[in-house]
Design a binder for this molecule. Structure first.
Ligand SMILES: [Zn+2]
Ligand SMILES: [Zn+2]
Length: 436
């Protein structure tokens, strides 16, 4: 079969490889769509230690079952499916409790590290155990089904949180995962949803997919603005989809007393905590890793149109062009040069514009926070947190936002229904396009 192989660090080759063999408990899937994850783009240079060549990357995929192993009972050839990237053992203490994302011998498709190597879905075929396979509703396209995996990461984090109808929620980092969180929070009945980022084009997209208020973190005091939307209390729940000291702190500081924060991104392995705030205000911290069992919910929400995915797909292309697209994303070329590619009906890659990771629980949204912000491509995450550059792959036209025009404005409102008159006090701009 043809596959896009990471032959050595930063070198992808589209070539013939032996067809994968199907074990008795496995399913052979003919891949129809596979997303490029941020963890693939910044993992391919060796900086994360989780893409050791040779390996076929790709863990956000969908396709049609071509063959099933002898012990497979639940699926048959010809069925349209997606699959979880987390392969769990099913036998350990945690798997038996249903916490398969915490499995003692968890491995991730398309990842190659010290402990294991598991080829992924940038290929004509991929094999996965039956237990991670999920049937697709008719209404869900292969392209959308390939986004179930990152969506499940977002949905899991929302499911982890204590929440009530009409809660005010803050999402720090509006990369892929953050944008999906916003939509999941909307579907979960949240009231005011506030997106926080540094990149104007991402904030604009956050507004399009459901954020009521979008804040540019370097131009306003996020906690103060959130307070203004909550009678001074602070938000009920907050999500850090980035995982840097500054973003975790922002998420914690904008909460009301007794509020809860979900820590999902972890671009930096460590972050300082405003301990006194957490203790004195009784803040609850929730780590959230990958997903467990949310695939069905996600597919249902996509089928019902509760989650908008088209806006999050920036281009499609045949797998044979995959190496060039990876290179482009790695170099963070502006999307101005990109067009939606022709499909050959079978093999293509999706090019997302954020660095939302979902490999091994290392989610990170694509925004750039901290020192070095905005400079160059996403830097190494696991080993050099001090580099500060987030792992975002940036494929959007960066000249698209109101950045320059917005200097000093602080933040801007994207939806009229959040206009309550209070915003003006913090310099909210009514017309985010002014001066573009
Ligand atoms: Zn297990
Ligand atoms: Zn991923």
């Amino acid at each position: 079969m043809k596959a896009l192989v990471l032959e050595e660090y930063s070198r992808l080759v589209y070539k013939d490889v032996p067809d994968p063999k199907v074990a008795p408990d496995e399913v052979l899937i003919e891949v129809r769509a596979c997303g490029i994850c941020g963890s693939d783009v910044h993992g391919m240079d060796g900086s994360t230690g989780r893409r050791r060549p040779p390996v076929i990357m790709g863990h956000e995929a969908s396709g049609v079952i071509a063959e099933v192993g002898g012990d497979v009972l639940g699926f048959g050839a010809g069925e349209r499916v997606a699959f979880d990237s987390t392969v769990y053992c099913g036998r350990c203490y945690f798997c038996r409790r249903g916490q398969v994302n915490l499995c003692d011998s968890r491995s991730v498709l398309g990842v190659s590290c010290d402990e294991y190597r598991m080829d992924g879905a940038f290929a004509e075929y991929v094999v996965v155990p039956e237990r991670v396979v999920c049937r697709l509703p008719e209404e869900v396209s292969f392209e959308h089904a390939a986004m179930v995996e990152p969506l499940s990461v977002a949905v899991h984090s929302v499911e982890r949180m204590p929440r009530s109808l009409s809660d005010t929620a803050v999402v720090v980092g509006t990369g892929m995962i953050g944008l999906l969180m916003i939509q999941a929070l909307r579907a979960a009945g949240c009231g005011t949803i506030i997106g926080v980022d540094l990149e104007p084009s991402r904030l604009e997209l956050a507004g399009k997919v459901g954020a009521d208020v979008c804040l540019k973190a370097d131009e306003c005091d996020v906690a103060e603005v959130v307070g203004g939307h909550t009678e001074g209390r602070g938000a009920d729940v907050a999500f850090d989809a980035v995982g840097l000291a500054s973003t975790a702190e922002t998420a914690v500081r904008c909460l009301r007393k007794g509020g809860a924060v979900a820590l999902v991104g972890n671009l930096s392995p460590e972050a300082r905590l405003p301990l006194q705030v957490v203790v004195a205000r009784e803040i609850s911290l929730y780590g959230s890793c990958a997903s467990r069992g949310e695939f069905g919910i996600c597919l249902d929400m996509i089928a019902r149109g509760a989650i908008r995915l088209d806006e999050l797909i920036s281009a499609t292309a045949p797998l044979s062009e995959g190496a060039a697209w990876f290179e482009r994303l790695y170099q963070r070329e502006p999307r101005g040069a990109m067009e939606r590619g022709e499909r050959d009906g079978r093999r293509w890659v999706r090019l997302e514009w954020t660095g939302g990771d979902c490999d091994g629980g290392e989610q990170g949204a694509g925004s750039v926070y901290g020192p070095g912000a905005g400079a160059g491509r996403g830097g190494p995450r696991d080993h050099e947190p001090e580099s500060g550059a987030a792992g975002g792959i940036e494929a959007r036209d960066r000249g698209n936002g109101p950045a320059g025009a917005g200097a000093g404005a602080g933040c801007w409102r994207l939806r009229e229904h959040s206009a309550d008159g209070r915003g003006g006090a913090w310099g909210v701009r009514e017309d985010r396009r002014a001066g573009e």
